[in-house]
Design a protein around this ligand. Sequence first.
Ligand SMILES: Cc1ncc(COP(=O)(O)O)c(C=O)c1O
Length: 416
Amino acid sequence: MTFATSSRPVTAFDVQRVRRDFPILSQTIHGKPLVYLDNAATTQKPQAVIDAMVRSYAEDNANIHRGVHLLSVRATQAYELAREKVQHFLNAAESREIIFVRGTTEAINLVAATYGRSHVAKGDEVLITEMEHHSNIVPWQLLCEEKGAELKVLPVTDEGELRMDLFEGLLTDRTRMVAVNHVSNSLGTINPIKAIVEKAHKRGIPVLVDGAQAVAHIPVDVQALDADFYAMSGHKLFGPTGVGVLYGKLPLLEAMPPYQGGGDMISAVTFRKTTYNAVPNKFEAGTPNIAGAVGLGAAIDYLRTLDSASVHAYEDDLLAYGTKALTSLPGIRLIGTAAQKTSVLSFVMENVHPHDIGTILDQEGVAIRTGHHCTQPLMERMRVPATARASLALYNTKEEIDALVRALDKVRDIFD
Ligand SMILES: Cc1ncc(COP(=O)(O)O)c(C=O)c1O
């Protein structure tokens, strides 16, 4: 089955050439060609990233920052170069504003534990939204419990859009932080970050943006957004697991207390008192994921070889194709139909549990995710226990959407 496509031009993007860069995509699963549609969970890695990490271990492996020997100098240079690549990717003003962490989860925990602990007091408020991933809920909840503060929640509509009409009314003189995702992992909604930041800043409230699902799909410019903090994970951007980034505006980072104590984050230690290193090292205690940072830098380099406007147009076209395909199927209801959307097709099927859908699709070689996607409050709001989620990346094709549709037809046949 094929479907009419949207009218946006997709000429300059050669998806077959891109697919050849990702070795994992050419394998078969249960004897069928792999159709990988679980990109919101993690993306696959191009050979260039794998090679960069192998090279890092094979040729440059040494600990960074502390060594005078050549290998250490080379490893340090590679690590700091990766920081600059991330800086340019996010359009941060300075590389010092880029802190390497384990991923989005750690980035948010870092802000809650440092900025949060030093700015939130009893009776204060933190505002999040109903569509947050657990990693942008629980760190704030822990903080609010510790401080006797209140966690407030901006609701979403039935379509999965933020109730922006209620936003300003939820900001008060006690609001100390707004934390919101750029793109919802369960719905694909692209949130109006610029408007959120503008409104929060009018009242002097900083905004943390969870960019985990945004960076691989929409252009991100932290200066244009005027975000105070921006969190992302390498593995959702075709890079390795175990490395991610916290961007923070320099004056905020400089004023924040350290996160973890240990090597590299200090300036001088005595048993009486320790003074701390400058940003970003103040927040990078211990030996970091050096090869991971190098791999993330290689992922950014890889993306720079592609024309980003063509990639985004291609992905929009693919999402439109997938949306049309799924909504044409009997008994399927999309969860998340926001006007501004990217890359996620979350759905439920009449009388079939999402886990059964996922299991049957796997037999057809189609990898999707089923469950609550770490957004249990959002599932409750959308009045579903779970969804099946097909999430797209730049290497997916219309033929793969067709394979998803054929596999869903099989699910229907089995349950009819
Ligand atoms: C919107 C969102 N925020 C945060 C996270 C957490 O990312 P990580 O597990 O890489 O820390 C995810 C992961 O799925 C996500 O989708």
